[in-house]
Design a protein. Structure first.
Lengths: 183, 183
């Protein structure tokens, strides 16, 4: 397995940090992998963009920050404008159609997904937008099985919220898979 | 300002990662500092200990992991047994009296606080144990003002839970300050 370097970006409150922590925990606890997850907050954090880095690998990770991600997720226009140049050539740049217009050219696969719209139409709760995004990421990367994400969620959220999160995860997986069958 | 390297450790569910994220956000957004916060998950994470690293500084941070923390918090015996040797000489090793017996000698200030007991007696909700711990950490380090932590909490938790969190933060500050006046 090659190591997968990811950056999730968006605005505070969209839950990108939580999504990154859940992914890292799932990889380690239920997939026998190694993961590092971090956030840096510098003067730029005061601008309102949130960025979190996750590296997943099957061997030791020496440096925890990501310079050129294989997978870059941008959930706001500001995050997209700022971070799109760091995508690794040949990587996957995932954006949400509701929040981002992808006007820049990158040497990567541009994957525009209507995740927010689907969450609002099917579930009606923006709070699980990040879990839908996580579903798309695991479908695109094949890094972690959906049931491993669910097992982490079971330890983190009240049982009454689990069904909604499961639905959001499945939605993200379906959206990403449908994209594959269209292109 | 010298940079402050911290490690918070405990078991999953005690909220040490959340506490670290709140501290880092407060330092950056309301104290004009720079922060890096990370977790590594390796084979050892499957053992049940959670560890998160936070570095707070007033100038750029080049390497985000902590080797020898100035402040080490251990909220379980397992975390204490595992991590106590990494304390920086002259640093502060903070443990909770309910969960940790400090049998090892370290070249550091050993600070044993009855945080869990105080939270249960005054508030009755273990969920704010991590915020009480954060109160003790900011009282001991003087890194971040209580109101900066509160401002971050206001963006993260529902208004109805804010009072309980404020109480837990104040409790941690008081416990750490009382310790100072006794010694």
């Amino acid at each position: 397995m090659e190591r997968c370097r990811m950056v999730f970006s968006g605005s505070g409150g969209q839950g990108v940090i939580t999504a990154a922590i859940i992914l890292a925990e799932a990889a380690v606890l239920y997939e026998d992998l190694i993961a590092v997850q971090s956030q840096s907050y510098g003067p730029e954090a005061r601008g309102g963009s949130t960025r979190t880095d996750v590296i997943i690998a099957d061997s030791e990770i020496y440096f925890p920050k990501v310079t050129q991600p294989n997978v870059l997720v941008c959930l706001t226009q500001e995050a997209y404008n700022k971070f799109h140049p760091i995508i690794r050539p040949g990587g996957s740049l995932i954006t949400d159609t509701r929040f981002v217009k992808t006007e820049r050219r990158v040497d990567a696969r541009q994957i525009e997904l209507a995740m927010f719209q689907a969450v609002m139409e099917s579930i009606g709760k923006p709070i699980v937008f990040n879990i839908c995004m996580l579903g798309a990421v695991i479908a695109i990367t094949g890094l972690v099985r959906p049931e491993s994400i669910i097992r982490v969620l079971e330890t983190r959220i009240p049982p009454s919220f689990l069904e909604m999160n499961q639905k959001a995860l499945d939605l993200g997986i379906t959206i990403a898979q449908n994209l594959g069958s269209q292109s």
